[in-house]
Structures are given as structure tokens and as C-alpha cells.
Design a protein around this ligand. Structure first.
Ligand code: FNR
Length: 185
């Protein structure tokens, strides 16, 4: 692993103006001196079908290769009906298969999310954490990022407007970098 660990970001939203994508981009830009973060697109990944496991579809192979090559994964979850969206569960499931070829086992993972709702994806993150710990991902406990989306929380360049939140993201970056060093292979 280099001094600047590679972090794959998966975003559980396919829409162009996703607030979770905006949050991910702002985190990635701010964390850039310490973490090499890049978004792994999931829009071509088909719905999970066990019949396809013997010959994985190309987008699934690409997804698994990108996640396997990363030193850590940031899972950005929107909140749908107090849980994670189906598109996110779908890619988590694909990347856990076939048996014995999961990319999640021991993988350093952080979870974050953004919602216009007052709880900022709290319930969805608990849902994602349950699933990811059950498949043996090394999910960081604290700090956690629950981001209540408001336009005024971003500058016109898409960076965080509030210096207190920038400080929080700096502390999160240091903790996740250390977590990757501690539990990553
Ligand atoms: C939502 N939304 C939502 N928000 C929330 O805080 N708690 C919730 O339980 C739900 N439930 C929910 C269900 C469904 C089907 C949709 C489409 C939306 C609102 C959601 O947070 C909002 O649409 C975000 O903008 C979704 O994230 P992206 O796509 O902008 O990243």
C-alpha cells in the first residue's frame, strides 16, 4: 500500500444530481492529500441473479476488480424508506459472490450518507453496517458522517462551506487513513 491509500467510492444513487454524489465528491476533494479516492460507477451492474455467477457479467467483473484493487471502500448510502436503496444492496451482494470470492472479507470500509431529512441517513447507515459486518467487512466505527443536505452547506465550487464541517472531514480522513493502515492487508 502506498502512503496515499486508494479508496473506491460506491454511491447508492443513480441520479445525476445525487446529493450523495455531491457529498462524496466534496469529501474526495478535501481528503485528496491523504487518500486517493475515486468513484466506481455502478449504473451498468445488472440485478443480481445467481444463474449468472458461473460467468459473471462484465460490469460485475469490473466492479469486483475495482473494489478488490482498492485499499478501502467508502460506501455512500442514500436513505430509502429507512433503509439502504436496492441499487446499493445489489452491488454489495454481487461483490460478495461467488462463495469464497467475496471482495468484502477484511476490507476496510467507511459508511457515509446524505439526505435532506433531519436524520441524514442514520437508519440507512445502520442497515448498511449490519449487512457489511455480516459479510466480514472491517467497517470503521467512528467517526460517522450523517450529512443533512442543504444547498448552503456547499460553496459554489462544491466544497464544504462550514469550517467546522471541514475540520470534521479532516479528522474523519485521518481516522479512515489510520483504519486502512491498521486493518488493511
Ligand atoms: C426517500 N427519501 C428519504 N429520506 C430520508 O431521510 N429517509 C427516508 O426514509 C427516505 N425515503 C425515501 C424513499 C424513496 C423511495 C425515495 C426516492 C426517497 C428522500 C431521499 O433522502 C432523497 O431523495 C435523496 O435526495 C436521495 O439521495 P440522492 O439520490 O440525492 O443521492
Amino acid at each position: 500500500m502506498s502512503d496515499r491509500p486508494k479508496v473506491a467510492i460506491i454511491i447508492g444513487s443513480l441520479r445525476a444530481n445525487s446529493v450523495n454524489r455531491r457529498l462524496a465528491q466534496a469529501i474526495a476533494r478535501q481528503a485528496a492529500p491523504k487518500l486517493d479516492m475515486h468513484i466506481v460507477e455502478i449504473d451498468q451492474v445488472p440485478l443480481y441473479n445467481q444463474d449468472l455467477e458461473a460467468d459473471l457479467p462484465a460490469p460485475v467483473r469490473d466492479l469486483k476488480a475495482a473494489l478488490a484493487a482498492a485499499d478501502g471502500v467508502l460506501v455512500m448510502t442514500p436513505e430509502y424508506n429507512r433503509g439502504m436503496p436496492g441499487v446499493l444492496k445489489n452491488v454489495i451482494d454481487w461483490a460478495s459472490r461467488p462463495p469464497g470470492q467475496s471482495i468484502w472479507r477484511g476490507k476496510p470500509v467507511a459508511i457515509a450518507g446524505s439526505s435532506p431529512g433531519a436524520l441524514g441517513t442514520g437508519a440507512a447507515q445502520v442497515d448498511a453496517r449490519n449487512v457489511l459486518t455480516a459479510i466480514d467487512a472491517a467497517v470503521m466505527g467512528m467517526p460517522q458522517i450523517y450529512f443533512v443536505h442543504r444547498e448552503e452547506h456547499f460553496t459554489s465550487e462544491g466544497d464544504f462551506a462550514d469550517p467546522k464541517f471541514r475540520d470534521y472531514v479532516d479528522a474523519w480522513t485521518d481516522k479512515f487513513t489510520a483504519w486502512i493502515g491498521k486493518v488493511g492487508g
